[in-house]
Design a protein around this ligand. Sequence first.
Ligand SMILES: NC(=O)c1ccc[n+]([C@@H]2O[C@H](COP(=O)([O-])OP(=O)(O)OC[C@H]3O[C@@H](n4cnc5c(N)ncnc54)[C@H](OP(=O)(O)O)[C@@H]3O)[C@@H](O)[C@H]2O)c1
Length: 327
Amino acid sequence: MEFLRETIGWGLIGPGRFAREFASELAEVPRARRVAVASRNRERASSFATDFGFEKAYGSYEDLFADPEIDVVYVVVPHVFHADLSRAALTAGKAVLCEKPLTPSFRESEELIQFAREKGLFLMEAMKTGLLPAIRKTREWIRSGAIGEVRLAQADFCFQGPTDPEDRLMNPDLAGGAVLDVGIYPLFLQRFFLGEIRSLSAKGHLSSTGVEDVAAFVTEHESGAVGISQCSFVSEESMGARILGSEGEIRIPRFHAATRVSLWKNGEEVEAIEDSSGGMVRAEIEAVMEALRQGETECPEHAHEDTLALARWMDEIRCQIGSWDRA
Ligand SMILES: NC(=O)c1ccc[n+]([C@@H]2O[C@H](COP(=O)([O-])OP(=O)(O)OC[C@H]3O[C@@H](n4cnc5c(N)ncnc54)[C@H](OP(=O)(O)O)[C@@H]3O)[C@@H](O)[C@H]2O)c1
């Protein structure tokens, strides 16, 4: 496939909740052509295509995979369907950007990545956070010693979620649970800032459906630093991160979609960065398009090894909490 041409054709499967955010930002990216959207329900695909300016609407995912004008398929369906649908898109010769988590387990993610490698095609887990300018700035601050030696970080992704047991967040058949859905963000952030994880200790609470609705975990990193993370569907909103150094602190409100980071010393804000570039997935979309133009089969900013590291530790958290059994 020739990705060096200027325009890249996008196809989206699963026009549900998050697809709306993605599609509205895709519309703002130069040379991103909104070729088609597919749903199991043709009407849903048509109305989404009209709302977000896609040229075509399909009533089946297979029809979208067969469209020769599509270069990259964005998979935005519940986690349990990620592997099969990504594999089907790759089989049709498409590049794939698949929502997080790439799959519900390390083993499935490893198999899917291996499949993409054998095909020589691009595959990326849609982990947007590390591509955000505010988060990249934070890492620069940490690496340049702006807050001294970093030994501790805190990150949360907690909110009041759905109570309907059929909702995908609560439903074990759809790989529900707080860890795979939102715990992945603090886990990502700890590793992004503190480096490779050496060990982890987790506690949690299981909902009546058997998925974890609360999880707290402590990560010990190869650097010697310690990360404290929490995620929950059943508590007041808390989505901030704090990186604590020997000479200061960095604060990031709503870190998963950060637009502002601030540097604090002696209890006072001394510097802040505001990102007005807009949106939470635009940088991710641009990174995918740049990787395709460069002929890459993975995104250097969120590579396969990053996906596998997160998958390995999410397996471990869920095993320790008792919401999942590796066997
Ligand atoms: N990157 C981010 O910031 C972010 C934010 C939120 C969610 N996500 C990820 O995006 C993915 C989708 O989340 P969402 O909240 O958008 O999901 P959703 O609205 O519940 O579902 C999205 C689409 O998936 C298909 N679907 C839903 N339930 C299904 C079922 N039981 N069987 C078969 N297909 C089903 C439907 O597509 P049809 O129209 O074809 O029926 C639906 O429109 C998840 O993996 C989630 O982790 C990412």
